[in-house]
Design a binder for this molecule. Structure first.
Ligand code: ACM
Length: 532
């Protein structure tokens, strides 16, 4: 496919309030949409009417979007009476039809009706309406913007529409994390996997274990940069206080996004071991790692103090993050130290564990029991399948989809994030210009991803949804993150929200230019779209 041709051809779009039948530039594409004659103009006569108390904050957010896009300040009221041009936020009957997150929109010349059975659904209605306004903005006169008359009925395909950010390899501050959450909300993602700890940095304050951030949040240099392969010896680090994280959680919740914390164990934990070397097999000492890759230094499940530590950390994590799902990593755990450890080997004898895979499974089961007793679910990378899956564990399948498929067949819940289609740290250009890892993941490959491929309808019921990940070894700045995020985030949004039957790359590309214009207006740098 020649992307350029499609882009230049520009079938557009909702960008001007044109005639019935014209393509709307919405992303993700709604389940059903129908263009009508005419348009609704947002001007000084318009007012938002929140017909339920729980819709008022969404009305306020919509008023903010209208002000940003059109320059108009619109009032928010609880009653429509006396208003010529209401934008009604109405409670829909028919929760069954719209589900927990669905919504309807009716735009007519004399008024707009957004309807949902839940605040989440109303939020997505408002996001869609804001996109319609944003697409119309370039053609707008100074004080009014017109949206085409239409009908939309919409609900998501998947319950888990996830996006991840690694703040361990490089640290991104609270202001940027909020901006990132805004990006996710704009495309109807509802899970933010905030990856907080790895070998190269521990980024969450734990009051019981202060050295985790006093020592573990700081490394003495960074071995390798993407742009020249060389490193530096500059002290690097940072962390979030629990206060910061509560603020991030609240910010996300207002946008109907759950923050799932990621705490790596028993591997990818050298920063923790630098702070508390007694958790390792050898006792250390260790430095917070300055290199990338897979460290051999891991927690030793032969030691009871490791479980005391993990439970202490998770107790505070649970207190900060209300998410039902707590991600405890489990990937890439080398067995070298356990093989040589008297503690690990003694544990294996006592528990009748045949090998180190079963030792990791023992570790995961114990952590899961702890989380389940607190009303939380353990989610981990697909390596947690090795040695036997903990009974209630959720599998996040990253080494392709095979692990997820095996887990779904065994009746476990699954989130699909196969690296070859969802790792946004891979570059999106053949020329492999940085930032990013030296892999290649063009927009088209993301758009072609289907979390249910290879699964029967019965097995598919166990797939909660999918996620894209953004690992930051070679992604040092916020601008680099956004460059890798966009426009692939839009493709992933459509994968996770829109019906499988409506997937059509050509149609997506026809809607893309108006979206890219919006990103440009917002000052967001994005990767150029190229033909793979
Ligand atoms: C992973 O990318 N190691 C989960």
């Amino acid at each position: 496919m020649h992307w350029q041709v499609v882009l230049v051809g520009g079938l557009l779009c909702g960008a001007s309030a044109g005639s019935a039948g014209e393509v709307l530039s919405l992303v993700p594409k709604p389940c059903r949409q129908e263009r009508r004659e005419g348009q609704f103009t947002v001007d000084s006569q318009a007012a938002i009417v929140a017909e339920a108390e729980s819709f008022v904050p969404i009305g306020e957010r919509l008023a903010g979007a209208i002000r940003r896009i059109t320059g108009q300040s619109v009032a928010i009221r609880r009653e429509a009476a006396g208003h010529g041009k209401p934008i009604r936020l109405a409670r829909a009957d028919g929760q069954g039809r719209l589900g927990d997150e669905g919504y309807e929109i009716a735009v007519d010349p004399d008024g707009v009706r957004l309807a949902a059975a839940s605040p989440a659904g109303m939020f997505y209605a408002a996001v869609t309406f804001a996109q319609l306004l944003d697409a119309a903005a370039p053609a707008a006169s100074a004080r009014s913007v017109s949206v085409p008359c239409l009908r939309i009925e919409d609900r998501p395909r998947f319950a888990w529409r996830g996006m991840h950010l690694d703040v361990a390899r490089h640290f991104f501050d609270k202001a940027f994390v909020k901006r990132y959450i805004d990006h996710l909300a704009a495309y109807k993602f509802n899970v933010f996997h905030l990856y907080l700890t790895d070998d190269q940095g521990w980024r969450i304050e734990i009051k019981r274990y202060p050295r985790l951030t006093e020592i573990g949040a700081w490394r003495s240099g960074t071995r390798k940069h993407y742009f020249d392969g060389r490193g530096d010896a500059t002290r690097y680090g940072g962390f979030f206080t629990q206060h910061d994280l509560r603020e991030i959680v609240a910010y996300a919740r207002e946008r109907f996004i759950t923050v799932v914390p990621g705490i790596s164990m028993p591997g990818h934990s050298q920063a923790a071991l630098a702070a508390y070397p007694e958790l390792s097999s050898t006792g250390g000492p260790f430095e917070v790692w300055t290199d990338w890759g897979i460290s051999k230094e891991v927690m030793d499940p032969g030691k009871e103090e490791v479980f005391r530590f993990v439970e202490g950390v998770l107790t505070e994590v649970i207190d900060v993050f209300p998410s039902r799902y707590i991600h405890t990593g489990g990937d890439e755990v080398p067995r070298d130290r356990w093989k040589a450890s008297p503690f690990a080997q003694a544990r294996m004898r006592q528990e009748g564990l045949k090998n180190e895979d079963e030792l990791q499974s023992y570790f995961t089961r114990r952590v899961e029991r702890f989380l389940n007793a607190k009303g939380r679910w353990l989610i981990g990378w697909d390596e947690i399948l090795e040695g036997g899956l903990a009974p209630n564990a959720v599998v996040m399948s990253w080494r392709g989809t095979q692990g997820g498929i095996a887990a779904a067949k065994a009746g476990h819940r699954v989130v699909m994030t196969p690296h070859e289609q969802t790792y946004f740290n891979y570059m999106q250009h053949k020329a492999k210009r940085g930032p990013g890892h030296p892999g290649y993941l063009p927009l088209e490959a993301v758009y072609a991803f289907d979390p249910l491929r290879g699964l029967s309808p019965e097995e598919s019921k166990h797939v909660l949804g999918g996620q894209a990940c953004l690992w930051t070894e070679y992604v040092p700045t916020p601008a680099d993150v956004e460059y890798l995020l966009f426009p692939r985030l839009l493709a992933m949004a459509e994968v996770l929200w829109s019906p499988a039957e409506s997937r059509d790359a050509k149609d997506f590309l026809a809607r893309l230019p108006a979206q890219l214009e919006g990103l440009k207006r917002a000052g967001i740098r994005y990767g150029e779209v190229e033909s793979p």
